[in-house]
Design a protein around this ligand. Sequence first.
Ligand SMILES: Cc1cc2nc3c(=O)[nH]c(=O)nc-3n(C[C@H](O)[C@H](O)[C@H](O)COP(=O)(O)OP(=O)(O)OC[C@H]3O[C@@H](n4cnc5c(N)ncnc54)[C@H](O)[C@@H]3O)c2cc1C
Length: 500
Amino acid sequence: MSNRPGKTDVILIGAGVMSATLGALLQELAPEWEIKVFEKLSTAGEESSNEWNNAGTGHSALCELNYTSEKPDGSIDINKALKINEQFQLSKQFWSYLINKDLIRQPQDFIRPLPHMSMVIGEKNVDFLKRRFDLLSNQLLFQGMEYSDNTEKLKEWMPLIMEGRSSNEPIAATKIDSGTDVNFGALTRILFNHLESKGVEMNYNHSVEDMKRTSDGLWEVKVIDLENEKIEYHTAKFVFIGAGGGSLPLLQKTGIPESKHIGGFPVSGLFMVCNNPAVIAKHHAKVYGKAKVGAPPMSVPHLDTRYIDNKKSLLFGPFAGFSPKFLKTGSNLDLLTSVKPNNAFTMLAAGVKELPLTKYLIQQVLLSNEKRMEELREFIPEAKDEDWDIVVAGQRVQVIKDTEAGGKGTLQFGTELINAADGSVAALLGASPGASTAVHVMLDLIERCFPHYIEDWQPKIKEMVPSYGISLVENPELFQEIHASTTVALGLGEELPVYS
Ligand SMILES: Cc1cc2nc3c(=O)[nH]c(=O)nc-3n(C[C@H](O)[C@H](O)[C@H](O)COP(=O)(O)OP(=O)(O)OC[C@H]3O[C@@H](n4cnc5c(N)ncnc54)[C@H](O)[C@@H]3O)c2cc1C
């Protein structure tokens, strides 16, 4: 792309982990391109990407049971687990490249090794976990996974969870040491600092209000400078709408055909955070349980050691709930104003179909602290009320669209990349699996929106992400090589001290 005065090559809307990742990739692929970022808040990584707003799991299906569903014939499908694990390997490779090139430093500020465990109670669940283990432990990407239903072993693995457990119900767990805790907020800030040092223009306190196509095929973006109360117009050849929950309203403003018949369903969240250092010190893992019957996949309870601000913390949750806001800092009118003539039927159909989910989420909002403590005690039988506080997590906006399989108004739990046919604008909707797969999703965006550059960019992409376009499941030697090199680059082979 050539620069023309007053015009930018790329505009990134929103300073979350997705824009940060796309910016960092494009900066390496086309360093001569001019990039501008517009963020309505005063710093980067303050919405979903913030460390207190998400669970910080480097999702690789090492412990999340929802990636291995049971089919009607009773068999377990591990394809999703393999896919998500491979996608996280792409993120680890790109972060390692940035570290090895000295473009970013100190990986321990954003990623730490942490055992990932799945824990289940009850005969049926134990049987499921054992069969899941038998399938996954044969896969190279899950090497080192252990299973146990032995109480003594489980006490060793998860003392806090086993302490004071009196029930005779069968209990089992799997454990794998190659899991990670990722501070996506810190990562986002680190990536934007790097981009700024390379000349990317960061505009904080700038809210994008509108977008329209100009007669010469560019995108004109209307921005409000919130500090100076001034309206600005900026044009670019390519715009990425990486506004998290704010992406859907902006996508609708583009008027592109791909933006029609899509709606959003906001799901809010709460975490319980432990304030007792003695309790925090007793746990060292991410332990995922099984979602309750009727609960949406994003409400799978888990008890997580977290590393935030170089301190060890302990979080439990998330408790899903309903709020009409699309962003934590959004408006109560977000849901209502997202209903347009072109998506009204889609939204209405989803409203009827998803009534039980809405009911579930409203019930969750109304949960008393006592009820939340009861849920926590399923994990930590001896949990004390005074040791736990509540923090409000980020908003997730689940995509609603018409699909062949689900019909009109089907709720999607995944991430959706929507782009104009000519690749001039793209938006990221949905929340799951989220930040962990940012590199995979942004490489997909690059393929879709910059097809004419891909051939020239291939060698650089392969340098940054050596397994790009190659299945690691089918190439064990390459996986071993990448696993070893990313472990070293990201310091995942060693436990580093923290202040507690
Ligand atoms: C409770 C919860 C738990 C999660 N757990 C995990 C996890 O364990 N692992 C994982 O990988 N993922 C997890 N996720 C998902 C992950 O947090 C998100 O996928 C990811 O952070 C999304 O990044 P983003 O850049 O798209 O959005 P965001 O981080 O939300 O950034 C969007 C930015 O755009 C800005 N913005 C919005 N509108 C405008 C506008 N009009 N103009 C200018 N700026 C605007 C916002 O202020 C914000 O800074 C979780 C999410 C939630 C809510």
